[in-house]
Each structure stands twice: as C-alpha cells, then as structure tokens.
Design a binder for this molecule. Structure first.
Ligand SMILES: [Zn+2]
Length: 406
C-alpha cells in the first residue's frame, strides 16, 4: 500500500478488514473480523454487545452480530446497518483480493479488494463517522447504533434477521449502509427462493417402457410456469427504479437452477429439482405472495395433468419501503445534496437488502452506500473510491447532528 494512505484511519482499518477472508459461512473468519470490529468500537468507548445468530441457526457456525451504541443521551436512536460477510472471489484478479491496494487513477483514489465496496467500505465509513464525532466533541441529536452483521449475502436470516426478530436493538430510524452511492434508496424488493420438485420413475434410457421421465414432465410444467413471469410483472410498486426500462419496481419470477440426481447419461431420471427466484415489490405481503404462487402452481398441475410435483419454499423475506415524503427521507435527501453537491434520485432497489428484517419496527428506513459504476461488486477487482467512503462518513455525521421531527 502507498504509505501516505496508511495514515488515514478508514484506509488502514479497511486494509485490516479485507485481510480477513470473511467469505459467506466461514465461521472462524466471522469470529476473527467481528473481534477486530468489536475492539475498534470499544476503543472509541461505545456500549458494545455481541449477539450470536447461531443460537437460532443451530448449525455450529458462529455468527457474531455486533451492536455498538454511541449514547448521546437522546430519546431517539438511529441505526446504521452494515455487513462484514463477502462473496467468494473467482476469476483472475489484477490485484490481490485479500489485501487493500490503493491506486491513484483517473483523478481519484481507488481502493481494491474483496468487500471494499460491499460492504466493508461502509463499515469503515460508519466507524469513522463515530470516531470523528467523538474526537471533535460534536453533539449528536440522536444516539447512533452501529449494527454490523454476517450472512447478508445469503439473506441475513441469522445476522440482521436475528437482531431484528429478537429486538436486540432499539431504533427510531435506520440507514442500511449497503447500496450504491448514485441514489438515495427508499425501498427494496422482497425475495422468495424455492424449488419445484417433479417426480418420475427411474429406469434405463434404452429400455424406456415402464419409466417416467421427470425431466420430460418438467418441461411441460415449466413451460406453463413461465406464464407466472408475466403475472408477477403486473405487480407495480410506487417506488421508482433508476437506469431501468421499467420505471417502477415490479414483481419478478425467474427459473434459476435445474438439477437431476443423475450421474450418467443413460438413466431416465426419477426426479428433477428446479430452483426459482421470485421478487416481491416492497408493498407486498409475503404470505399473500406465497399463496398466489401456490395457487398458480396447483392450477398448472391441473392444466397439465402432472400431479407428482410439489413446491418447496426455502426462504421468504419481505421488502421494505419508506414514503418519499417522510421527513426523515426529505432531510436525508437534503443532507446528501450538501455532501455530494448533487441532487440524487430517490429510488428503490431491484435487489433486496437487510432492511426488510426491520419492517416490523415501523420506522423510516433508507439505504445509501459507496458503490459506483466502477465498483464491480461480487466481481473481480472490486473497488471503491475513497471519496465515496468520505461522503458516506459525512452523511452519517450530518444526519446524526440533525434534528428531524416525525
Ligand atoms: Zn452488501
């Protein structure tokens, strides 16, 4: 690393975090990185609690969830939610993925490494914000709770979900610091993942009589299921999209995986498992969406006469949205304009994020982060601009210092 940048707290901390390979599901590395973060927060004098989502997951993988609170004696608390898990590398990297590389290019300082933009850059921006408020003796109008969790990349059920379900933090507003720096996000899609399982009768592919080919049956069934894509698209949210041919968030349904148990070509398969991904608009109730899916599926079975098929729902979680007119959104939008000198669009995310777990808190939720068009999140040579980390840090400080009535 270019040594002059090592002096910058956020850069130095980001380097330490990126060096820990906290790839999805690696419990030992989860523990390691959580230990580093916990220590930083304790050094700053925050009230820190570490809760372990494995209590509910019961699979032996540690999932430390850190809640560090800057108590300013206020009645209201705003949360900043980030995640420390990252997706695996893959592909050929120009820069070492598990250490920070600082490059001055195109008039900006870019920091390369897995997790630099998603989401470790946001972790250091939020800790940096707290550090600056303490060092400069600023007087926040809110208590600020940093919530730093694992498992976001696989839905967050035992990370942010664990914290929210068990009300392990008190919140009056939430910033999910895990999105792009190009817009202020006021909504995200809900997600359902599941399988369609079609059964048949196994046998030799040369001696087909008496067999029932599960894949052949599935082709007919799936052809009908494709119509569900059109039906889902009729669900339209009030939340706008950005850089997308459809102007508002809409419902989606995609078939994403196909598997048979077969190892060889000459076996008529007795089972095929088809994975799907369904996206809900933020306004949708998950239970209703599941009933609609089941009703459609049962009618496809009836229409095709293929009855030995069933649905398996693996995970389902809601989206979230906050009205554009909400005072917390208005104030956040003004502050972002002060910080970035731009009036950013107010949009919804096509993806989901951990904000959905806090839906029942009935608090305003917004999302803003550090990615830009060069960041290649989840890709090779992931990077973040140092300027975007500083923007997020300033945004958090200014938000903490402003009184918002609602
Ligand atoms: Zn993320």
């Amino acid at each position: 690393m270019i040594s002059k940048f090592k002096e910058i707290y956020e850069v130095e901390l980001l380097d330490r975090l990126i060096r820990i390979k906290s790839i999805i599901g690696r419990g030992d590395d989860y523990k390691k990185i959580a230990g580093v973060i916990e220590e930083e927060l304790r050094k700053l004098g925050l009230k820190v609690n570490v809760f372990d989502g494995s209590v509910e997951a019961k699979d032996g993988i540690p999932r430390p969830c850190i809640v560090g609170v800057l108590d300013s004696g206020s009645e209201k608390t705003f949360g900043v939610l980030t995640h420390y898990d990252v997706v695996d590398i893959g592909g050929a990297w120009r820069y070492e993925p598990f250490e920070l590389t600082v490059v001055e290019e195109g008039g900006e300082i870019r920091l390369y490494g897995r997790g630099a933009a998603d989401d470790k850059g946001c972790i250091v921006a939020s800790i940096g914000a707290i550090k600056e408020m303490i060092e400069k003796d600023l007087e926040p109008k809110w208590n600020v709770a940093l919530i730093i969790t694992p498992d976001e990349e696989i839905g967050g059920e035992f990370g942010a979900g664990y914290i929210a379900r068990n009300r392990l933090v008190d919140l009056d507003a939430l910033l999910v610091a895990d999105s792009s720096s190009k817009s202020l996000v006021v909504g995200a899609s809900g997600i359902v993942h599941g399988d369609i399982v079609v059964k048949g009768i196994q046998g030799h592919a040369g001696y087909i009589f008496g067999t029932e080919n599960a894949v052949h049956k599935a082709i007919t069934l799936l052809n009908e299921m494709l119509n569900f894509t059109t039906i889902r698209s009729q669900k339209l949210s009030r939340v706008k999209t950005s850089e997308c041919p459809i102007p508002r968030l809409w419902g989606r349904f995609s078939i994403t995986k196909v598997n048979t148990p077969n190892q060889a070509y000459n076996i008529v398969p007795d089972e095929v498992v088809i994975g799907f991904d369904m996206r809900l608009i933020p306004e949708e109730n998950v239970e209703d969406a599941l009933v609609e899916l089941k009703a459609f599926f049962e009618m496809v079975k009836y229409r095709t006469g293929i009855y030995d098929a069933h649905l398996r729902i693996l995970r389902a979680f809601p989206g979230w949205m906050t009205a554009e007119e909400h005072p917390f959104v208005r104030r956040s939008h003004e502050i972002l304009e002060e910080v970035t000198n731009k009036s950013l669009p107010i949009t919804g995310m096509l993806g989901g994020n951990d904000g959905g777990w806090f839906k029942d808190f009935k608090i305003p939720i917004i999302s803003f982060g550090v990615w830009d068009e060069k960041s290649r999140i989840h890709g090779v040579d992931e990077s973040v601009s140092l300027a975007r980390i500083f923007d997020l840090k300033k945004f958090i400080i200014k938000l903490a210092l402003s009184e918002v009535e609602f």
